[in-house]
Design a protein around this ligand. Structure first.
Ligand code: XMP
Length: 518
C-alpha cells in the first residue's frame, strides 16, 4: 500500500499525546506517534511527513540529555506545530530562550488574548475577544527565536501563541488537544488545512494499517486472546483474526456468571459467524463452587480473578506454543490519571483482568486498540462488520453477575437475576432508551420482603434496577427514567419473574456510589 499523506507526532512523553492523535483522526488525517528518540534524520527522510507536531512532555530543556527533535526536522520544509514542551524545544533549537519554572509553573485554565497580527491557524478564534486554554507547564519561553512573532498572550504566558508564518512554524504554550481548550480542535483543523491534508483518511484505512502492524509484530507465531464478549475484546479478536487468520485462538471463559443467553451468543458469533478457533471453557461449576458461602465483595473479586487466570492458562496451554496474548486494552486504560482503579494510591475495587499473566506465561502482548477510545473502537467494530447489537452493548464487568448479587451467590439467585435483567433490558430497548444509557442492569438484593399476589402472601427477593449515564465510567449520574417507565418495568418483572416481589430504582450517582453494587 502506498503511504498516505501523513503527519508525524514526535512524542516527548505528555500524558495527552494520544489526544492529539485523536483530534487528528476526527479530522480524517492520518498520523503516527513516534517517541523522540526513534526520530532520526534517516527516519524523517523515510517517513516523509506532510506536517509535524512536537508534543508536550514532562522534561526540561535544561536537563542533561533533554529530549529534543533532530534539527533536520526544521529543514523538511513542512509546517511544524510545537505544543508546550514542544514549543520550548523548538525555541531552544531555533535560537530563542527558555526559562526555568522557579515558582512560575502554571496549571489549569487560562485566557489568551490576541495581538494585532492575524494568523491563519487562529481562524475562528477570538470572536469574543479572548479564548480559554489549558496550561500545564513548569518552564516557559522567555525569548522567542528569530523570525517568530507573538500572536497571543496570557497574563502569565507572554508567548502563549507564537509563529514564524513564512516558514510555517507554529508554537503554543497551552494544550489545544484537551477539551478544556474549547477552540483547540479548530486550531488543529486550521493547521492540517494549511499543511494541505485533504481529510480523506477513514476508519477503513485505519483498519488496513492496524492489520499490517499486527502481521509485522506477530509474524507466523500463535496468538491467544481472552474473549469476554464485550466490545473491546470482540473488536480486538475480529481485527487480529483478519490479520493472521487461524494463528489466533480465542478462549472464552464461562464462569457461570453471565447474562441470559450470553454464552450462546458469543460462541455463535465467533465460532459460527466468524469461523474462528474458539475454546468455550465452561467452568461454571469451578467458579460457583469456589464462591459458595462467600459474601465479601473483595474476596469474591479475588477468587474470580485468580480462577480466571488459572483456567485461562490451562486452556491456553492446549493451544500449544502461543507466543502472544491479545488484549482489548484501550487508551483510557493506559493513562494513569483515568485508570480503572481510581488513581494510583487507592484501590476501590480490585478490577478483573489478566494482569500478571503475560510475564507468568512468558507471553508478549498484542494490543491493537491501545491508541483508541471507546467510540473509535465501536467505529472500528462497525468497519469490521460486527453487528450493531454487539457493538453498542453496555459494558459488562469481568466478575459478571457475582458483583450484582450482593451477599452470598446461589444458583437460584443467579437464575432469577438473569431473567429479571433480561426483562429490564427488554423494556429499555422497547422504549428506545438503550443507546442513551451508558450501562443498565439489575441486581438481586440479599433480602426477602413480603408481598401479596392474588390472594396469596409472597416472601421473595427484592431487585434493584440501575441505569447510569457516563462518558468513561469514572463518574456517572443515574438515568432519569419516567415514573411510567419505572412502574411498567416493575410490574413486568414481578409478573414475569418468579422469585421477585419488589423492585427498587437506584438513584445514586458516582461518586458517592459506584456503578456496580460491589
Ligand atoms: P464501578 O463499579 O467501579 O465501575 O463504578 C466502573 C465501570 O467498570 C466496570 N467494572 C469492571 N470492568 N472488570 C471490568 O472489566 C471489573 O472487575 C469491573 N468492575 C467494574 C463497571 O461495569 C463500570 O462500567
Amino acid at each position: 500500500m502506498k503511504n498516505p499523506d501523513r503527519l508525524l507526532i514526535i512524542d516527548f512523553g505528555s500524558q495527552v499525546t494520544q489526544l492529539i492523535a485523536r483530534r487528528l483522526r476526527e479530522l480524517h488525517v492520518y498520523c503516527e506517534i513516534h517517541p523522540f528518540n526513534k526520530v532520526t534524520e534517516a527516519f524523517l527522510a523515510e517517513f516523509a511527513p506532510k506536517a509535524v507536531i512536537l508534543s508536550g512532555g514532562p522534561a526540561s530543556v535544561f536537563a542533561e540529555g533533554a529530549p529534543l527533535p533532530p534539527r533536520a526536522v526544521f529543514g523538511l520544509g513542512v509546517p511544524i506545530l510545537g505544543i508546550c514542551y514542544g514549543q520550548q524545544a523548538m525555541m531552544h533549537l531555533l535560537g530563542g530562550k527558555v526559562q526555568r519554572g522557579h515558582g512560575t509553573a502554571e496549571f489549569g485554565r487560562a485566557y489568551v488574548t490576541p495581538t494585532e497580527e492575524k494568523l491563519s491557524i487562529l481562524d475562528g478564534w477570538f470572536a469574543e475577544g479572548r479564548e480559554q486554554v489549558w496550561m500545564s507547564h513548569g518552564d516557559h519561553v522567555s525569548e522567542i527565536a528569530p523570525g517568530f512573532q507573538v500572536y497571543g498572550t496570557s497574563p502569565s504566558a507572554p508567548f502563549a501563541i507564537t509563529a514564524d508564518p513564512a516558514r510555517h512554524f507554529y508554537a503554543v504554550q497551552f494544550h489545544p488537544e484537551v477539551h478544556h481548550t474549547p477552540k483547540g480542535a479548530k486550531l488543529y483543523e486550521n493547521f492540517v488545512k494549511l499543511a494541505g491534508f485533504k481529510g480523506d483518511w477513514t476508519m477503513d484505512a485505519y483498519r488496513e494499517a492496524a492489520i499490517q502492524r499486527i502481521r509485522d509484530q506477530v509474524g507466523t507465531a500463535k496468538v491467544i486472546c481472552g474473549l469476554s464478549g464485550g466490545v473491546d475484546s470482540s473488536v480486538a479478536a475480529v481485527l487480529i483474526h483478519e490479520a493472521i487468520g487461524d494463528q489466533l485462538t480465542c478462549v472464552f471463559v464461562d464462569h457461570g456468571l453471565l447474562r441470559l443467553g450470553e454464552a450462546e451468543q458469543v460462541v455463535t458469533m465467533f465460532r459460527d459467524h466468524y469461523n474462528m478457533p474458539l475454546i468455550h471453557a465452561d467452568e461454571s461449576d469451578l467458579f460457583l463452587g469456589a464462591l459458595e458461602g462467600v459474601s465479601d465483595p473483595e474476596t469474591k473479586r479475588k477468587i474470580i480473578g485468580k480462577l480466571f487466570i488459572d483456567v485461562f492458562q490451562k486452556h491456553a496451554h492446549d493451544v500449544g506454543g502461543a507466543k502472544f496474548l491479545a488484549q482489548g486494552t484501550l487508551y483510557p486504560d493506559v493513562i494513569e490519571s483515568v485508570s480503572f482503579s481510581g488513581g494510583p494510591s487507592v484501590t476501590i475495587k480490585s478490577h478483573h483482568n489478566v494482569g500478571g499473566l503475560p510475564e507468568k506465561m512468558g507471553l508478549k502482548l498484542v494490543e491493537p486498540l491501545r491508541e483508541l477510545f471507546k467510540d473509535e473502537v465501536r467505529a472500528l467494530g462497525r468497519e469490521l462488520g460486527l453487528p450493531a447489537s454487539f457493538i453498542g452493548r453496555h459494558p459488562f464487568p469481568g466478575p459478571g453477575l457475582a458483583i450484582r448479587c450482593p451477599g452470598e451467590i446461589t444458583r437460584e439467585k443467579l437464575d432469577i437475576l438473569r431473567q429479571a435483567d433480561a426483562v429490564y433490558i427488554d423494556q429499555i430497548r422497547k422504549h428506545g432508551l438503550y443507546d442513551e444509557i451508558w450501562q443498565a442492569f439489575a441486581a438481586i438484593l440479599p433480602m426477602k420482603t413480603v408481598g401479596v399476589m392474588g390472594d396469596h402472601r409472597t416472601y421473595d427477593f427484592a431487585l434493584a434496577l440501575r441505569a447510569v449515564t457516563s462518558v468513561d465510567g469514572m463518574t456517572a449520574d443515574y438515568y432519569p427514567f419516567t415514573h411510567d417507565f419505572l412502574g411498567e418495568t416493575a410490574t413486568r418483572i414481578i409478573q414475569e419473574v418468579p422469585g421477585i416481589n419488589r423492585v427498587f430504582y437506584d438513584c445514586t450517582s458516582k461518586p458517592p456510589g459506584t456503578i456496580e453494587l460491589e
